[in-house]
Design a protein around this ligand. Sequence first.
Ligand SMILES: [Fe+2]
Ligand SMILES: [Fe+2]
Length: 162
Amino acid sequence: MGQDDHLRLRIIEDHQKLDRLFKSVEAALRQLQEEGADVEVLDDLREDLRFALDEMLEHFGIEEEAIFSHLKEALPDMATRLDQLEAEHEELCQKTTRVRRLVAAAHQGAAALNTEQALEVVAEATALLTRHNRLETQIFVEALSRLDEAGQARLMAALSAT
Ligand SMILES: [Fe+2]
Ligand SMILES: [Fe+2]
């Protein structure tokens, strides 16, 4: 298996973890929509959202600090595309935080959960995440083919920390 395949596998695994978390958030919201408020489902949903946000912050943080900054230095013509990925990280965190606030308010009994609104934001975040991950994988594969041996080793090492 070439380095290229290792890189793809590594990124795909990480991205699948986030995909799964969003699917489980969506399923919980649908359950609440169909069956009405349920403390246990709300509890799990709150935990899933907290975990999703932590995972995203960690994954995005490593990408930005260890990978993007290195690529911007080594391959300056990629900077605009990498800035776009960073902006999407921000947007994904904002959307997740919005859903988290809606769920937290419902959990505290401050407001009934607007499941329709929450599902809409989750759908937007999921679509953005899918697009983001596809583009990011393409960019990393392109970078790998253009970096020298030391640069490739650095990229692979950074990726195994994500
Ligand atoms: Fe990313
Ligand atoms: Fe990523």
